[in-house]
Ligand binder design. Sequence first.
Ligand code: GLV
Ligand code: MN
Ligand code: MN
Length: 436
Amino acid sequence: MNLTINTERLMRELHHLASLTNCPPTSDASLPVPTQAVTRIVFTARDLEARAWLKGLADEAGFTVREDAIGNTFIRWHGSDATLCAVGTGSHTDAIPHAGMYDGTVGVLGGLEAMRALKESGFQPTRSLELLMFTSEEPTRFGIGCLGSRLLGSVLDPESADALLDRLPETDSNALEGLTLQQVREAADFNGSLASVALPKDYYSAWVELHIEQGPLLEREGIDLGIVTGIAAPASYRYTIEGFGGHAGALLMPDRRDALCAAAEMILSVERHARAANAAAGGVDAVATVGMVNVHPGAVNSVPSRVNLPLDIRDTDVDRRNSVMTAFHADIVAIERARQVRVTEELINADAPARSDKRIVEALEKICETENIRYKKMVSRAYHDSSFMAAIAPIAMVFIPCRNGVSHRPDEYSTPESIALGTRVLALAMAKLSSE
Ligand code: GLV
Ligand code: MN
Ligand code: MN
């Protein structure tokens, strides 16, 4: 097969997608070029614009497009045998606030380029090839990651999904604050029951997602490509800490039950327990993050009476993740007692790790060997939609290096050469899996 990835076209499209952002063009001279800060939150005008543009590209390439009730977008190249289930690829185009331009987008536009390049080479698939753009891989708006893929994989129950609340911070321009997912998706023209989103277990014969590594290992070790053998298990919680507020001058120190001071102790506690778990294991797999703090009433001269904070905790080993939580829970009880505050916990999700399929991993290894590509097998510490596609399909992922391991930042960067290489390997894998 004479396969040529059109790197120039793919990079042009990645840069166009990056321009569909709610961040103003960056003028930060301290950031390396090329850099574009990207904020593209699900079902905002920018997200809808990006979706319409992507569907236009799919039409132009001669693929068929369908959308489901949550806005997952399926771009299909029909194979010669319609009785066989498809080979899938895909990722997300939503981006957290002030993110980079490669997270997720490389898997979507790289997936599109892989299919187009195969088509242009004269290849004819036996199984259909399908690119999937997932709705809301990022948890920014509804508090839970991988909404679209959780529903596809029947990992999330449709009624509770539809009741999720829009949690974007209230701003003058954000009139949607406090709406349910059902209201928000219907306003974006995605109607119908979420129960219809689930895919049957035989929908895909194989699934491969292309993504930037989001960590430093490939670059550090001078390796071209990662083949993901498993994805770490994420969990997330939401905490409310209620204390007693009042005047910053007049409320005496002995009388204080400051909710933010209690929250600060909790943040340090979970960090300490994650570090201790790693030290005990001689590893680095336990990670715990509090990325937001919401303080009420939020005034410089008012003692905080209430704080909300999310916790994102992950590990390759669920037992170790649970042991960090057990130690954290004991600290919460002690903090409540010492500071006379009340802490309530809401579990958002506690997922298992995902494992890649041996057959697909071997197919990817074979391609790398034939193409003389330096690769390593590795785990993904970030979660991905593939984590939940694993519930209904044999999966694997392909990672490409990203500069300094940086991600979820505007200076996220992968070279065009790496992007093209990952896309080429994806195309070869899809072609091979299409005839198996
Ligand atoms: C995905 O964005 C993740 O947080 O791992
Ligand atoms: Mn991300
Ligand atoms: Mn991603």
